[in-house]
Design a protein around this ligand. Structure first.
Ligand code: IPE
Ligand code: MG
Length: 251
């Protein structure tokens, strides 16, 4: 048995029926379709999507959610046209510059997971500043997955464990779920209880593959820019109903 803390892989299973989700993860989707439906450029959809992020952060706090993890930009999203990638990075920089003080004041801890080596250096600097500024906050942990891909994350963990074995710091039989979890970006947070994807798509798209082993899924047709406080509340209520059924079967 490794000395790493117990794995957090079963938080949804041990949750009592009717309990609120501690950790909600969201795959933001539908910005482009929102814009197209209005005859607007995709950038306009992303801008409204950023407003929806602000709204979701406030709502999460109001609903007593402790961890909110947003899939903002995947490793595959780098394949989008250069000007769209530039728009998205620009929005992120703008959001961080303008909103970080507000987040900090609200007790939000901001974190980014993903491959930072792919991000522009000024964006990385801004992310690091924001993480440092908010490191002591604990009302809500807001994690944004940027240039994130779950298979890559899993491969990195495997590589780290192999290197530790080669260095003689551990043996292969000491590799267990806890040791593995400890080497993921998410080592310091519980696994998501609830995963929401907007825009009617029902896919995971390489997001938190290890961490969602016991997660409840809610798929909503709402496009991300339209995602409201009531949508988040409804998803949380659906989750609570499911947990209640699960408890009844177990009783
Ligand atoms: C989600 O909206 C936002 C990001 C991935 C940044 P999309 O840009 O994927 O919007 P659709 O899927 O084209 O509507
Ligand atoms: Mg999409």
């Amino acid at each position: 048995m490794s000395s790493a803390p117990a794995p957090s892989t079963s938080s949804a299973v041990v949750t009592e029926s009717g309990t609120r989700p501690r950790h909600v993860a969201i795959i933001l989707d539908g910005n482009g379709r929102w814009a197209r439906a209005r005859g607007l450029p995709r950038a306009a959809g992303h801008k409204r999507g950023a407003d929806a992020v602000k709204r979701a952060v406030n709502s999460a706090g109001d609903l007593g959610i402790e961890y909110l993890t947003l899939f903002g930009f995947s490793t595959e999203n780098w394949l989008r046209p250069e000007d769209e990638v530039r728009d998205l990075m620009g929005l992120l920089r703008f959001y961080l510059q303008v909103e970080i003080t507000e987040l900090h004041r609200g007790g939000v801890r901001f974190k980014v997971i993903g491959d930072r080596s792919q991000l522009p250096p000024d964006t990385v600097a801004l992310i690091e500043q924001s993480e440092k500024l908010t490191a002591g906050n604990s009302k809500l942990v807001l994690t944004v997955a940027l240039s994130y891909g779950s298979r890559k994350e899993i491969v990195s963990a495997a590589r780290a464990l192999a290197a530790e074995c080669m260095a003689g710091n551990m043996t292969p039989d000491q590799i267990d779920e806890a040791a593995f979890s400890q080497r993921l970006f998410t080592h310091d947070m519980p696994d998501p209880d609830l995963l929401i994807r907007t825009s009617g798509e029902q896919r995971i798209s390489n997001f938190l593959l290890w961490q969602i082993a016991y997660t409840e899924f809610v798929f909503t047709p709402t496009l991300w820019p339209d995602f409201s406080h009531d949508d988040l509340k409804a998803a949380v209520e659906t989750y609570m109903t499911r947990e209640r059924r699960y408890g009844a079967i177990n009783a």
